[in-house]
Design a protein around this ligand. Structure first.
Ligand code: GL9
Length: 820
């Protein structure tokens, strides 16, 4: 019997490789009906997942029992996205049985690494916001908080991306067609959701009737924590037709109708909308939002009643609900509806309770990202909710706004949850962010700078009315997935070097600073990076068929493709480097590999143009022998969590180059620094705090600050002036525009050129270009001094204590959820 690293406690039977091997064989034969000699890595993956699931389920029962007996407030995290990534390897790490499982599988003759590659990523999110939700579930569980995540079990996650002639092609991600042993259907907890219909008054009470009904079936995914017996649940709802066929219409002529009704009910959980920082505005999306909110609130209220009392008047003592962005904002109206219509609570008390229960996290300042729904649409789909929103708005404007700005109708119009139309007759829009602020006791931004801008620019009037309401909780990432699991060699080196378990307390990494200068330690740190780069080089070869050397600088930008993130600035600089090398092939510069990974929203034209342009430049550069391998460019297709896990440990340089004021936080920035990459970045989002933690000497900061951005806009800015002045920029933009890179479609890159030169360069790519290029010069100079480079890299990793999602969750606990 071996003792596990995670210090398993009494709820965890100690398991060794022999136990694991036996359980795997048992599941192969008895659960899957596969003989040992028929089993390949895919069968082993499934059997091993069932072994882990068995442990998870045992612990879930123990956790629930403990929670029922405990007095603690439960946290419900409502999110349309949970980008959980692959679960088997991560769960093995969290349970502390990774090493024993490696041995077990070696005995059975198939290496664990090969087995783990058989899991498809559940891509139930678009990017940072969804991944944050997954990191938070990991941390809440690790911290033994009674917590539950609620979301949607999409049949199709984020689309799969491939390239044709360098252009993005999207195909559906039918991830559940592969088996998903982690999801457990819980029919006993199904819910019924009403939609459409009308509101009538019966005996002075509003009654919502003539509705259509949809069934919500919960799928539970266990969430393991690290070094604890606690296993929490992520409950994902799937929609189904409530009654199968409508029997009344089940006659020959109307058969078609009854089928189509069933299909439309199931459509609700069919597909994740692929938008980043831009709402789709579709009726089905509103229905998705309401569907999962209604199921989740009904479910948590049922639990509250089972465990506490039939009356909901003290529910806030036991329940905290966090809204992950405005996507679940309709929950405010739904909770009010349940309290008023089903529990007979009067309006004013219902609003008090709602505010005590709810809190809202804002994740973006982009004006186009702030969700608004036409009043008419809400009235059609959710007539009672629209009435309730009017009631909330009336109370808010006429007693709360009135108290602060008496008689000020202008202010009432500005702050109204229901926007006045610009022109009479236009649709009135419901501002979901305002509903969220008004319905919550706390609102938080996701990095210090972002939260300040939320207070000062986004919601200044709310901040004036309620100076305590808007606060900051800086994002974080789980060190379990983003160091322990994805970079095991570095994790082992750290274990050998410092005292205590950094997996549970990331500040402990600070002790590594003492080794930043140590040549022996530097050598080992650098060797691990080199090893990781070799692995990534093999992945690049496989996916892009490009040879890259692990001795080159690996410079990485992986994130959604968006103009504010400025992949186009990176591209312009690469094109310039290439031209410099063509002018002088013996230029004394370190060899560099620029690595991209990004999906563009299918309807976002300029973003797709940028992908196309990067791919075309890559093709040209990679096939040019004149530059002697000093420059390579690769765009890895289908960027997703499992690819990030391979890229991040291998990065030397982390590109975090958004226009200041646009990236709310970023979380990739934290993952890179944790794994010893140096950041080239603007003073935006959490970069500001990363710079504070690592010190100005250990990061390459460049570019305009938030203040300078608004000053420049104010003064008036013409990107053409910069184009005219800069020979280098002119030459690369003209090249892009010349048709040379895409002869079969010479206008292909026009939308990008226009955005940069003719449409005002809203994201100030031209304005920041020179500073960016200079920062890269500094990077190249630093690379030439390895002792300095590795000192900086080690210092970065050692300084990431603050950016553990455990710290974020503790902040939420104290400042928002009132946990002792
Ligand atoms: C985002 C912000 O843009 C990021 O800066 C932030 O780190 C994350 C998490 O707080 O939230 N908001 C947002 O809409 N997205 C974010 O990543 N977009 C996606 O998730 C696609």
């Amino acid at each position: 019997m071996s003792v596990n690293k995670a210090g398993q406690n009494d709820t965890m039977p100690v398991v060794d490789s022999e136990d694991i091997a036996q359980s795997v064989v048992r599941h192969l034969q008895q659960s899957l009906g596969v003989e040992l000699d028929e089993a390949g890595p895919a069968e082993y993956w499934e059997a091993l997942s069932l072994v882990v699931r068995e442990i998870d389920l045992q612990r879930i029962r123990a956790t629930r029992k403990k929670e029922r007996e405990g007095k603690a407030r439960r946290i419900y995290y409502l999110s349309l996205e949970f980008l959980v990534g692959r679960l088997l390897g991560n769960n093995l790490h969290n349970l502390g049985i990774f090493k024993e499982t490696e041995k077990a599988m070696a005995k059975l003759g198939t290496p664990l690494v090969d087995i783990l590659e058989n899991e498809s990523d559940p891509s139930l999110g678009n990017g940072g916001l969804g991944r944050l939700a997954a990191c938070f579930m990991d941390s809440m569980t690790t911290l033994d908080m009674p917590a539950m995540g609620y979301g949607i079990n999409y049949r199709f996650g984020l689309f799969r991306q491939s390239f044709a002639g360098g252009k993005q092609v999207e195909t559906p991600d039918g991830w559940r067609e592969d088996s998903f042993p982690w999801g457990i259907e819980r029919a006993k907890r199904k819910q019924h959701v009403k939609l459409y219909g009308l509101v009538r008054e019966h005996a002075g009470k509003a009654v919502w009737e003539d509705t259509q009904e949809v069934l919500g079936m919960p799928w539970d995914v266990p969430v393991t924590g690290y070094g604890t017996g606690t296993v929490n649940t992520l409950r994902l709802w799937e929609s189904r037709a409530a009654h199968g066929f409508d029997l009344n219409s089940f006659d020959a002529g109307r058969y078609q109708d009854s089928r189509s009704q069933e299909i439309s009910a199931e459509n609700i959980s069919q597909v994740l909308y692929p938008n980043d920082n831009h709402p789709a505005g579709k009726e089905l999306r509103l229905i998705q939002q309401y569907f999962f909110v209604a199921c989740s609130l009904a479910d948590l209220i049922e639990r509250y009643k089972r465990e506490n009392s039939e009356s909901l008047k003290n529910i806030a003592d036991k329940v905290a609900i966090q809204l992950n962005d405005t996507h679940p904002a309709i929950a405010v109206a739904e909770f009010m509806r349940v309290l008023m219509d089903e529990e007979n609570v009067v309006f004013s008390r219902a609003l008090e309770v709602t505010r005590e229960v709810f809190a809202y996290t804002n994740h973006t300042l982009l004006p186009e990202a702030l969700e608004e729904w036409p009043q008419q649409l809400i009235t059609k789909v959710l007539p009672r909710h629209m009435q309730i929103i009017h009631m909330i708005n009336y109370h808010f404007l006429h007693s709360e706004v009135e108290a602060v700005w008496p008689g000020d109708d202008h202010m009432k119009r500005r702050l109204s949850i229901i926007e006045e139309p610009d022109r009479p007759g236009d649709d009135q829009m419901v501002r979901m962010a305002f509903l969220s602020v008004v319905g919550s006791h706390k609102v938080n931004g996701v990095a210090a700078l972002h939260s300040r801008l939320v207070q000062e620019k986004l919601f200044p009037e709310f901040h004036h009315m309620w100076p305590e309401k808007i606060i900051n909780v800086t994002n974080g990432v789980t060190p379990r997935r983003w160091l322990d699991y994805c970079n095991p060699e570095l994790a082992a080196l750290i274990d050998e070097t410092i005292e205590g378990d950094w997996r549970k307390d990331l500040y402990k990494l600070g002790a590594m600073k003492a080794y930043a200068d140590d040549p022996a330690f530097q050598k080992r740190f650098a060797a691990i990076k080199h090893d990781n780069k070799k692995h990534l080089a093999a992945v690049i070869k496989e996916l892009c068929d490009v040879d890259v050397s692990p001795d080159a600088i690996f410079d990485v930008q992986i994130k959604r493709l968006h103009e504010y993130k400025r992949q186009q600035m990176n591209l312009l600089h690469i094109m310039a480097l290439y031209r410099r090398l063509l002018d002088n092939p013996d230029l004394d510069v370190p060899p560099r590999v620029f690595i991209f990974g990004a999906k563009a929203a299918p309807g976002y034209k300029v973003a797709k143009t940028i992908i196309h342009a990067i791919n075309r430049v890559a093709e040209r550069v990679n096939n040019d022998r004149r530059i002697k391998d000093k420059l390579k460019v690769v765009f890895l297709p289908n960027y997703r969590v499992s690819l990030a896990e391979k890229i991040i440990p291998a990065a030397d340089v982390s590109e975090q180059i958004s226009t200041a004021g646009f990236e709310a936080s970023g979380t990739g920035n934290m993952k890179f620094a944790l794994n010893g990459a140096l950041t080239v970045g603007t003073l935006d989002g959490a970069n500001v705090e990363i710079a504070e933690e690592v010190g100005d000497d250990n990061i390459f900061i460049f570019g305009l600050t938030v203040e300078q951005v608004s000053e420049l806009r104010h003064r008036g800015y013409n990107p053409r002036d910069i184009y005219n002045r800069s020979e280098e920029l002119r030459s690369v933009i003209d090249w892009l525009d010349s048709g040379d890179l895409c002869p079969e479609e010479p206008e292909a890159f026009r939308p990008l050129v226009e955005a940069l030169l003719d449409q005002g360069d809203y994201f100030l790519t031209m304005a920041d270009y020179q500073a960016y290029s200079d920062a890269h010069e500094r990077i190249a100079e630093t690379w030439k001094k390895p002792e300095l480079w590795w000192k900086m890299a080690i210092t970065n990793s050692a300084s990431m204590g603050k950016f553990s999602s455990d710290r974020s969750i503790q902040d939420y606990g104290k400042a928002i959820w009132n946990m002792s």
